[in-house]
Structures are given as C-alpha cells and as structure tokens.
Design a protein around this ligand. Sequence first.
Ligand code: SAM
Length: 178
Amino acid sequence: VERKRELMRLYDETVDFYERRYREIQLEKYEFARRYLLPCTTLLEVGCGMGFYLRELRKLAKLVVGVDFSEGMLRKVREGIVVLADAEHLPFRDNVFDQVLSITALQNFPNPVKALEEMRRVLHENGRLVISSLRKKHPLPLLMGLVERAGFRILEGIDEPRYEDTFVVATKSQLHKL
Ligand SMILES: C[S@@+](CC[C@H](N)C(=O)[O-])C[C@H]1O[C@@H](n2cnc3c(N)ncnc32)[C@H](O)[C@@H]1O
C-alpha cells in the first residue's frame, strides 16, 4: 500500500513532465499495440495515464473506458470515460469487456498477477488482452509467465528491440478454436 501511495504521488506530481518526456515514445508503442486489437464493442484500458491514445481507441470500440489510480493523470484526459481505480481491484462486473489494453503500466503494480487476474475476470469469455510492460522489469519470458499464471492463453509474445517494452497478446479462452 505504501508503495502504491508513493507511486500515486509521483505520477500526480509529474504529469506535465510526463507529457513532455513520454508522449512521443508512448504513442509509438500504442501504434504498435493497435495492430493486435480488433474492432469491438467494449474496450478497457488499464493504467491509461493521461489518455494519450483514448481518442484513437474510440475508433476501434463503441465504448472505451480508461482506468488509472492517479487523479493528476486522469485530470488531463480529454476523451471518453475514465475511472479512478486500482488495477488490482477493478470496479467492474465479470465478463463485460471485449478487449483489455494496458501499455507500460504492469511494471508499476506490486502484484502484477492479481492485476492480470482482474483484467481476465472483466473480459468476455473470448476476450483479448494486449499488454506491454517495461523490458527491464519484465523481459518477455517473465511477462509471458505472469500472463499465463493469471489464466490466459498466450497468442503471441513480442520482443521488439525498437521499444523499451515487451508485448503479449492473449485470450481468456483456454479452448482452441475448432
Ligand atoms: C508509465 S505510465 C503509462 C501510462 C499510459 N499507459 C501511457 O502509456 O502513457 C503508468 C501508469 O500506470 C498508473 N498506475 C500505476 N499503478 C497503478 C495501479 N495500481 N492502478 C492503476 N493505475 C496505476 C500510473 O498512474 C500511470 O498513469
């Protein structure tokens, strides 16, 4: 809890710096992740920060919801619906989202498997997860292991040296399509 509070304060206090320093880099990661997202009805972004990509996501999904626990970050969001919440306790019912996206946030969560289990819980039965995390914290085999431990079936793991993140695409369903 203390670590979470510290992080919350850090993100709250560095919003403007974050925007200047990271906007371009993050947008490139979002563009890359977007290739793995499908047009859908409901999409959740976990750790959406100041919502760099929410407007684009709205072209893919009818309803886009962003979650972040930094009030400072969320105040900057100009698009769509955002919810102030902890990724490890998502305030949504089971099976309500078609897809979950999370970019460069998992490395911050004290209990990443709990957060991934929450993402899985709120996904529809055939729902898809597209997630990235900082490689220095979660090299690809580690990220894939966490995603699997949370009960997902991995579709693809991507270790693209151009980015400081590793990416995983996974599905909630353990059934192979017939
Ligand atoms: C590196 S930023 C990435 C933000 C955004 N995805 C982007 O690419 O610009 C990590 C984000 O995760 C959020 N975050 C960290 N721990 C969180 C938690 N436990 N629950 C919800 N959000 C969290 C931070 O507030 C921050 O906005």
